[in-house]
Design a protein around this ligand. Structure first.
Ligand code: NAD
Length: 441
């Protein structure tokens, strides 16, 4: 993302998130002395752009006493070629090379590769695969007693969010540290501005606006020999069961900021959207634009817009309007607060949250502090899913109906033979949701 407010994806080593390391036995007392001495072992699950970035950043994690001694000991990906590319990229980095110890027998591939990563003695796992797999991978990490860094969003449907919340109850009992890739929550200046807003600097926030308008992202064209499951997992962005649609995959960052400011999640949503420009067999079933009106418990409105269409107005920004002023949070950089009758205050970004989120995770593990961000992150993920339920269905969707939805988007069956629910037509194109017709929750 550029400070201009124009989003650009995949600056991976610099801007993507990283993962973690930790205490293999969850011996918190031991961890209290770990910084600067003990080794934190980490395993990476999902070795793509973000996973590579997250691993880099976890390996550089530092606390008040200096750098932690972090080692990457295992890697897991659905596809071996992605794992190898990631391994090579990290080995090219001087700052990582000596911190990587992943022999062949700790490189795991396949759809269940994460299970074997959980069997290693890694203390911390970094869950960076597509969000449709997050609930199962988080359950496995918690069952194995690993500390977790996981990317957003946390799920793509109501059943998935419920699984995350249930697994988190276990994580809390085990005192596991969990940090989620809502990296802006880990940036000092964001925290300062958000605290001012929460404390009423502009009065009651009655209206919010949020934008993630950009030209779109990569796609993977079907290759000879791929079965349907392999194809959809390679081209995961364009299938709702895997990505949640771009409202959940990207715009969730804006929605999370709004929930953070309001210290609440919406109680209902209505909206409209569709696919108008990004059509054709390479683009699965997701929409290319969504516009949603969310309502918070106090009646405040959040107007949310996200678009993946080239040559249009681009913005990654959030805006809060209160009884006594306005806040503008533009891209990752500029933040301004204008309180009636006062001089405008301005902030720049400061240190990138993609690094500080790992610093905070390892510091929490070392200090034995139960830092766990899962619940608010699950609520922000559900907020985005709620918006999509509204745009796909064309109906007003309440929080309770969305969260308790029995519509499970996941494929039937296991492994590479599983059957994804979206099926291509004779022209290779997939049907997309039709408002007023589609059952979306
Ligand atoms: N916080 C941020 O700034 C940020 C930025 C980019 C991406 N992300 C998030 O990171 C996640 C990954 O995105 P990305 O851009 O790295 O995508 P990517 O396609 O580059 O990487 C995903 C990787 O996961 C692998 N994978 C797929 N299914 C798997 C499975 N079942 N088990 C293990 N590995 C599996 C893929 O083969 C691929 O290597 C997404 O949730 C995305 O929203 C966050």
């Amino acid at each position: 993302m550029q400070p201009t407010g124009k989003p650009s994806r995949r600056d991976f080593l610099k801007t993507s998130a990283v993962a973690a390391l930790g205490a293999s036995t969850l011996n918190i007392a031991r961890m209290a002395h770990a910084q600067g001495s003990d080794t934190f072992k980490i395993a990476l699950v999902g070795c793509g752009g973000r996973g590579t970035g997250a691993a880099y950043q976890a390996l550089q994690a530092q606390g008040p006493g200096g750098k932690f001694n972090v080692k990457l000991v295992a890697m897991a990906d659905a596809f071996r070629d992605r794992l190898d590319t990631c391994h090579k990229s990290l080995m090219r980095e001087e700052a990582c090379r000596d911190k990587i110890d992943v022999p062949e027998d700790r490189k795991f591939s396949g759809l269940d590769a994460h299970k074997r990563a959980m069997e290693t003695d890694a203390d911390v796992v970094l869950l960076c695969s597509p969000p449709g797999f997050r609930p199962g991978q988080y359950e496995a990490a918690v069952a194995a007693g690993k500390h977790v860094f996981m990317e957003k969003p946390l799920a793509t449907d109501g059943p998935g969010v419920r699984r995350i919340l249930a697994a988190n109850e276990e994580a809390k009992k085990k005192n596991l540290a969990v940090v989620v890739g809502f990296h802006m929550r880990h940036e000092a200046n964001r925290r300062e501005v958000t605290k001012l807003l929460q404390d009423g600097a502009i009065g009651d926030v009655h209206t919010l606006r949020a934008y993630y308008n950009c030209s779109g992202v990569w796609h993977h064209t079907r290759q000879p020999g791929e079965n349907e499951m392999q194809y959809q997992v390679r081209n995961w962005y364009y299938f709702t069961w895997l990505s949640g649609d771009h409202i959940a995959e990207q715009h969730v960052h804006d929605l999370d900021i709004c929930n953070w400011i309001k210290q609440a999640h919406p109680i209902q949503a209505n909206g409209m959207g569709g696919r108008q420009v990004r059509i054709g067999p390479d683009y699965g079933e997701i929409f290319d634009h969504h516009a949603v009106e969310f309502t918070y418990p106090d009646g405040a409105k959040l107007l949310s817009f996200c678009r993946h269409i080239p040559n249009c107005w681009e913005s990654f920004s959030q805006h809060a309007h209160g009884a006594r002023g306005t806040a503008e949070l533009i891209g990752h950089g500029r933040m301004t607060l204008l309180v009636d009758g006062q001089k405008r205050r301005r902030w720049e970004r400061g240190e990138d949250g993609h690094q500080t989120e790992h610093n905070h995770l390892f510091s929490a593990i070392a200090a034995g502090e139960p830092l766990n961000e899962t619940e608010s992150a699950a609520h922000s993920s559900m907020t985005a899913i709620l918006g999509r339920m509204a745009t796909y269905s064309g109906k007003i969707v309440t929080w309770d109906d969305g969260l308790n939805s029995q519509l499970d988007l996941s494929p039937t069956g296991e492994g590479w033979d599983a059957q994804p629910r979206p099926k291509p037509g004779p022209d290779g194109c997939y049907p997309c949701a039709v408002p007023g017709v589609t059952k979306a929750f």
